[in-house]
Design a protein around this ligand. Structure first.
Ligand SMILES: NC(=O)c1ccc[n+]([C@@H]2O[C@H](COP(=O)([O-])OP(=O)(O)OC[C@H]3O[C@@H](n4cnc5c(N)ncnc54)[C@H](O)[C@@H]3O)[C@@H](O)[C@H]2O)c1
Length: 313
């Protein structure tokens, strides 16, 4: 099968590309390298350096490659950038997605798997509950709004144009290749800083006894498996949550990474500082998983710490 992966030089997209190639598919990556990296690109994938906002160019690539399926991962991914630049966020996440869907229709693509966000789209998830598919979305940030709008377009294209749409609502994804220099990606940030013996900051840990924000962390390989199922036609559902259903506080996360990393270079545990919650951040986000996931947090963090350890700082 021929598959286009948008955002295939990024964190999640590059793992999806690797999974597709390992399953014997032919892959073309569209990425503008705005946050993705050339070193993430699989040598066996065809690469088009292209901004998905350029509709005509996107169309040309689709006409040349004639994909059977598309994994649409490219996006403006930062909640805080979306609050500062909501127009740019919408141009990439809404109009960019429309360019992909229009191009997909032109060449009769069968299936589109779309990287949506369970971590943002459901808003605050009340204590003691998990956000399931029956939970009405409550997008609280421009990023969540743009992803929710894109979901609605996917649904329309399925109804009207006959594309099989799979909306994959990821929880907080972590794993090798996640960017430790961005504003998001707390696992990557903590791994890098803890291994370097540098202090870490725990947002929204306000008082003694408060362990910070609560998140549902899902390992990237489980996200890849969900994409493969969707692209290979083994997933029936239109919308799925890709999550573990387990809640982890930022402090628990930091402590587990410290344990996995062992003593830092100077032999001490790194310092932890409290910091206020950032604009657009949620206090609690935990999802009801739709598909089984294979990787426990301890296993996933061990592999992630190993990967960061093997890289030059
Ligand atoms: N990482 C998470 O925890 C998480 C959670 C929920 C949803 N998602 C979604 O998963 C997808 C992948 O996220 P990620 O964490 O791998 O982020 P990432 O920044 O590593 O990957 C995004 C990729 O898209 C590319 N890109 C951005 N704008 C583009 C444009 N205009 N044209 C072409 N390419 C463009 C970037 O260069 C990058 O390679 C995104 O759609 C994101 O919203 C991620």
């Amino acid at each position: 099968m021929r598959v286009i992966v948008t955002g295939g030089a990024g964190f999640v997209g590059s793992h999806v590309v690797d999974g597709l190639l390992a399953s014997g598919h032919e892959v073309l990556v569209i990425d503008d390298l705005s946050s993705g990296r050339r070193e993430n690109l699989a040598p066996n994938a065809i690469f088009e350096e292209l901004d998905i906002r350029k509709g005509e160019k996107v169309n040309e690539v689709f006409k040349r490659f004639r994909p059977h399926a598309v994994s649409h991962q490219a996006a403006q991914t930062s909640v805080s950038v979306s609050t500062r630049e909501p127009l740019r966020d919408a141009e990439i996440n809404v109009l960019g997605t429309l360019n992909i869907l229009e191009a997909a229709v032109t060449v009769d693509v069968e299936r589109v798997a779309f990287a949506s966000t369970g971590g943002a789209i459901y808003g605050e998830v009340p204590e003691g509950t998990r956000a399931g598919l029956h939970t009405p979305p409550e997008p609280l940030s421009p990023y969540a709004c743009s992803k929710f709008a894109a979901e609605a377009y996917l649904h329309r294209y399925q109804e009207v144009k006959g594309i099989q749409a799979h909306i994959l609502r990821y929880a907080n994804v972590y794993g090798p290749r996640q960017d430790p220099h961005g504003e998001a990606g707390v696992v990557a940030i903590f791994c890098q800083r803890i291994l370097a013996g540098e202090p870490i900051q725990i947002n929204a840990m306000k008082t003694e006894g408060d362990d910070g924000c609560i998140r549902d962390y899902v390992y990237v390989e489980d996200v890849v498996q969900a994409n493969l199922m969707a692209l290979e036609g083994e997933l029936e559902a239109e919308i799925v949550n890709i999550a573990t259903g387990q809640e982890t506080t930022t402090l628990e996360l930091a402590n587990t990474i410290q344990q996995q990393a062992g003593p830092s270079q100077n032999g001490k545990q790194v310092e932890m500082h409290r910091a206020p919650m950032r604009e657009g951040d949620l206090q609690r986000s935990v999802l009801e998983p739709t598909l089984p996931v294979e990787t426990s947090l301890a296993q996933g963090l061990a592999q992630t710490v190993d990967w960061f350890r093997s890289r030059p700082i």
